[in-house]
Design a protein around this ligand. Structure first.
Ligand SMILES: [Fe+2]
Length: 394
């Protein structure tokens, strides 16, 4: 079966940073700081990675190039607007001129937010939405330490508005990093659960990009290869005896998914995950993992030929199945994969009421990622899915 390019003649753009992949790619950082004209970088990271040996090797590499740096590690799991503003203040106060983000999506998104505020001023959440940023920020080098968010190559930054309990998406080519150093070594110290959640997040990126209304021939090839790699390697990746080769394949899968979604955008899974994760402060990858099979079930009929190719890339024998049977098979396959990597089907929350469900539904329907979902979901569709995956703690 060949690819189906339904938007053959519509205009599309594709942006990406410079990307270095391979073993010890992180140790090119000092040379690239100099190449990009940096004299005093600010390293944006979080305490969960700063104790690792591979992290000190990055610092040693920077120091060996006679470069002084500042460290900002006040970033929580869902980076808050206030943390971004604190980081921007420190950047300006210390006279920094370049940012090195080291970590998963949270430090990288926070670093993007810092870069926006340092050049454009104002408050980070003023830049919510698509193409609201006027000036590019200081050079940004990213060293991702999970195979999931691909914030290191994307045009997206997700910042938590903790006052209104919602995550805001900032989407602009002005926040595409200048350089991504894609190295499998940091992945070896991820926990099994983090590997599972981030890997399922990456798989969600690839699937949502492939069925997005804004897909293109360029995003399709990346999305399909990412689905193949992530499905093939995620179960090996969570084992204690995983190899560096396995983690390299996961990293590639995440990178390809990132290139796809950065340019094709996402869909209802992410719109609902942003709302859910923002309201209840839940981990992003876990939200996506739980929502994915539900949204595939809702979306399937709008682009059945695309879901058929996704199923094929996931290893499902599709030839004998009509669309109805394939829809069930694919949703079951995704749910079974989630179970096998140790992620449950529901969230337990301290309390649950109608007002919470209504608010989360409203926030999800306003999220920019909802615009590129292949079909329009009704408020009842969204609310029913939330009601089905949230359970009040007894
Ligand atoms: Fe994501």
């Amino acid at each position: 079966m060949s690819l189906i390019y339904k938007n053959n003649y519509e205009l599309r753009k594709f942006v990406a940073p410079e990307i270095i992949t391979g073993l010890d790619a992180r140790l090119s950082v000092g040379r690239y700081i100099i190449n990009l004209g940096g004299k005093k970088p600010m390293i944006v990271t979080d305490p969960s990675v700063s104790g690792q040996l591979w992290f000190s090797e990055i610092l040693n590499n920077i120091e060996s190039n006679d470069i002084n740096y500042e460290i900002f590690e006040g970033v929580s799991e869902n980076p808050r607007a206030s943390e971004t503003m604190d980081g921007a203040e420190q950047f300006l106060l210390e006279g920094c001129d370049l940012i090195v983000a080291i970590g998963g999506g949270s430090p990288i998104d926070c670093a993007k937010g810092i870069s926006v505020v340092t050049s454009n001023g104002g408050y980070i959440l003023d830049y919510e939405g698509v193409d609201e940023i006027r000036l590019p920020g200081p050079p940004l080098i990213c060293i991702p330490t999970t195979a999931g968010t691909a914030a290191d190559v994307s045009q997206f930054a997700i910042i938590n508005d903790s006052v209104h309990m919602v995550k805001k998406a900032i989407i602009s080519k002005k926040i595409v990093p200048d350089l991504a150093l894609i190295d499998p070594v940091p992945l070896m110290t991820m926990s099994s659960h983090l590997t599972a959640c981030t890997g399922m997040d990456a798989l969600t990126h690839a699937i949502e990009a492939y069925v997005s209304n804004a897909q293109s021939a360029l995003t399709d090839v990346h999305a399909l290869e990412a689905i193949y790699l992530l499905r093939k390697f995620i179960e090996d990746a969570i084992r204690p005896d995983r190899s560096i080769e396995t983690m390299y394949q996961m990293m590639l899968g995440s990178l390809l998914a990132g290139l796809a979604f950065s340019n094709a955008s996402l869909g209802a899974v992410h719109a609902m995950a942003h709302s859910l994760g923002g309201y209840l402060d839940l981990p992003h990858g876990e939200c996506n993992s739980i929502l994915l099979s539900h949204i595939v079930g809702k979306n399937y009929e709008s682009v059945p030929e695309r879901y058929r190719l996704i199923a094929k890339k996931m290893g499902i024998a599709t030839d004998e199945l009509d669309d109805n049977n394939l829809k069930s098979k694919l949703t079951e396959h995704i749910a079974a994969l989630r179970e096998r990597v140790g992620i449950s089907s529901k969230f337990e929350v301290p309390s649950l009421n109608d007002a919470m469900l209504d608010q989360m539904t409203e926030n999800a329907l306003m999220d920019p990622c909802m615009v590129t979902n292949p079909c329009v979901l009704s408020p009842n569709d969204v609310r029913d899915i939330y009601a089905g995956i949230l359970v009040a703690r007894p």
